[in-house]
Write a protein that binds this ligand. Structure first.
Ligand code: COA
Length: 167
């Protein structure tokens, strides 16, 4: 699908090198526990392909139309939290294109697709000091749920139900 400035589309094998590079980059991976090793990055891309094979709104490339470059990803992955499996919404952009509203633009487009097929709740997990991510999450319609430890770190959890309006 395309928006005014972006294409959001399923990952392809030819995207592998770009994502392996990004998953190994400190700036791209800010607010994640650590950068990945080469083999972890390869496995992460394999996982991205696999999730998108079964979920049409799995984490997928965000391509900037003006440059033709993959500038990040948006979408869901499965996560187990306190004994329950959730679809967790996430997004990540290269530093050069942060501050342009791309995460919201891409997220809104993919969320509208998600809502056509998925009636359940979505979860977002965000570090309390990651203010721009929480701002994007709220703009996508998520509401604050609670603070809770996730893999040992305190996180702000947000949820979005299918019937919630997108602001
Ligand atoms: C989080 C991220 C995806 C946001 O996407 P983006 O398209 O760059 O979003 P924007 O820069 O437009 O910022 C969104 C909002 O946060 C606000 N914001 C940015 N930095 C802020 C800060 N330090 N304090 C408060 N608000 C801030 C912006 O003003 C904007 O508000 P607005 O919509 O009212 O104008 C992007 O910054 C990113 O990739 N960060 C690194 C990876 C990451 O943190 N991913 C999320 C993990 S949970």
């Amino acid at each position: 699908m395309t928006t005014a400035r972006l294409e959001v589309r399923p990952p392809r094998e030819s995207d592998r090198a770009r994502f392996v590079e990004l998953f190994r980059d400190e700036d791209f991976m800010v607010f994640s526990p650590r950068i990945l090793t080469e083999s972890e990055a390869e496995a992460r891309f394999d996982h991205m392909l696999a999730v998108c094979g079964t979920i049409p709104f799995g984490k997928q490339p965000v391509v900037e139309l003006s440059s033709g470059l993959i500038v990040g990803y948006t979408g869901v992955d499965r996560i187990d939290l306190a004994g329950e499996t959730w679809l967790e919404w996430g997004y990540r952009l290269v530093p050069e294109v942060r501050g342009l509203g791309y995460a919201t633009e891409a997220g809104r487009a993919l969320l509208s697709r998600a809502r056509r097929t998925y009636p359940g709740a979505l979860l977002a997990i965000i570090a309390p000091d990651n203010l721009s991510s929480q701002r994007v999450c709220r703009k996508l319609g998520f509401a604050f749920w609670k603070q809770a430890p996730v893999e040992g770190d305190l996180r702000n959890l947000y949820t979005l139900c299918a019937e919630d309006p997108v602001s």
